[in-house]
Design a protein around this ligand. Structure first.
Ligand code: FES
Length: 381
């Protein structure tokens, strides 16, 4: 459980909040690149509690502006996207993707007023089919995290997005919570016995999985070890990467992988950007179909706990180690930042070059982090 104060610190990400400041130190994906079409009408975007509009100009550049026009605050969501900028339909002021005012038809020629006015604008970059934004202070501008899938050919990855009606933290906690795998994602054989999706081997269900969590430069490596038939252990290692990313190991195909970004739209809504990719070959039609079915059960269960779950009422057990560690990592880092200690992850893009991992390991009592084969498997090339 958390105190009421810690729950508020964890879940509130708007301007002026401590967690909001930590998120604003990182580049965050907020849309699929193909959601924006050149010269098409702008789209409203909610990101970290801010009201914004996104558009793609006639040169193909993506822009992210504050929703309200700096003149008299009309919504730029009604703006006309024309010839290199977005024109407010109220009095015609026109802004480019950097917020510069290109035209001000309501002022006399040569007044110079146009050069003294800027729309609020955030940097946007496009990588691997996603649009990424940086909402932090310009002098603290971060690097884009170097996930391995950013460099893959487009045919080997598939990006999707959905909105979850709850706070980002509880949505993400469902992803690193390996304990639910034996139940929510239970697979059974013809005789109705639980089996490993990775191997088809039977779990020894009389023994609960063992959970271990390690602090890492990028965030957390969360391991769960299950005893399966034949005296082998199945290790599954989920990764949490600051501030709101996860990597999950493959279920039944070691070359098929999954990244998710749990990006707060505001405190009660989360934009989930999902990238499935293959390390070995282009994605097939069949795989696309399976991936597109999504994770409806996960989504509904996270939402069923309320928009912002009351963590003062929880009863956490040993299987909740990853969830506890996730909260402590975020809370601790946000508190340090509030005291003036900068987080490391925004300025260490290579620390994100890692992989989630799943494998069968012969029976012994060593922790996953002590096992060389697993450690090697957790490094992305
Ligand atoms: S309110 Fe936008 S131009 Fe006047």
């Amino acid at each position: 459980m958390l105190s009421r104060e810690d729950n508020a610190l964890l879940t509130q990400v708007g301007p002026g909040t401590e967690m909001g400041a930590l998120f604003r130190r990182h580049w965050l994906p907020f849309m699929l690149a193909d959601e924006l079409v050149a010269e098409a009408p702008p789209k409203r975007v909610r990101l970290l509690g801010e009201c914004l509009v996104a558009f793609r100009d006639s040169r193909g550049r993506a822009g992210l502006l504050g929703e309200h026009c700096p003149h008299r605050r009309a919504s730029l969501a009604f703006g006309r996207n024309e010839a290199g900028g977005l024109r407010c339909v109220y009095h015609g002021w026109k802004f480019d993707v950097a917020g510069r005012c290109l035209d001000m038809p309501s002022e006399p020629p040569g007044s110079g007023f146009r050069d003294r006015v800027r729309a609020e604008a955030y940097p946007v970059t496009e990588r691997a089919g996603l649009l990424w934004a940086y909402l932090g202070p310009a002098e603290k501008r971060a690097e884009l995290p170097e996930f391995e899938w950013l460099g893959l050919p487009a045919a080997q990855r598939y990006a999707s997005r959905w909105v979850q009606d709850c706070n980002y933290a509880q949505a993400l906690e469902g992803e690193i919570d390996e304990a639910h795998v034996s139940f929510l994602q239970r697979r059974v054989d013809a005789a109705g016995l639980p089996v490993s999706a990775l191997t088809g081997a039977h779990f020894q269900e009389d023994r609960a999985p063992r959970y271990t969590v390690h602090e890492t430069p990028y965030g957390l490596a969360c391991g769960a070890r299950r005893l399966v038939q034949g005296d082998e252990y199945l290790w599954r290692i989920n990764l949490f990467l600051m501030p709101c990313f996860t990597l999950i190991p493959p279920a039944d195909d070691p070359n098929s992988r999954l990244f998710r970004a749990w990006v707060p739209q505001d405190d009660e809504h989360t934009s989930v950007l999902c990238v499935n990719w293959r390390t070995d070959r282009p994605v097939s039609e069949r795989e696309l179909e399976l991936w597109q079915r999504g994770e409806v059960a996960h989504r509904k269960l996270a939402e069923s706990a309320g928009k912002i779950t009351d963590r003062t009422l929880e009863h956490l057990g040993t299987s909740d180690k990853p969830v506890v560690a996730f909260r402590q990592r975020l809370l601790g880092t946000a508190r340090l930042l509030a005291e003036g200690v900068e987080p490391q992850t925004p300025y260490d893009p290579d620390c994100y070059r890692v992989r989630a991992h799943a494998s069968l390991v012969s029976r012994d009592e060593r922790d996953f982090i002590e096992q060389e084969e697993i450690r090697r498997g957790m490094l992305a090339p």
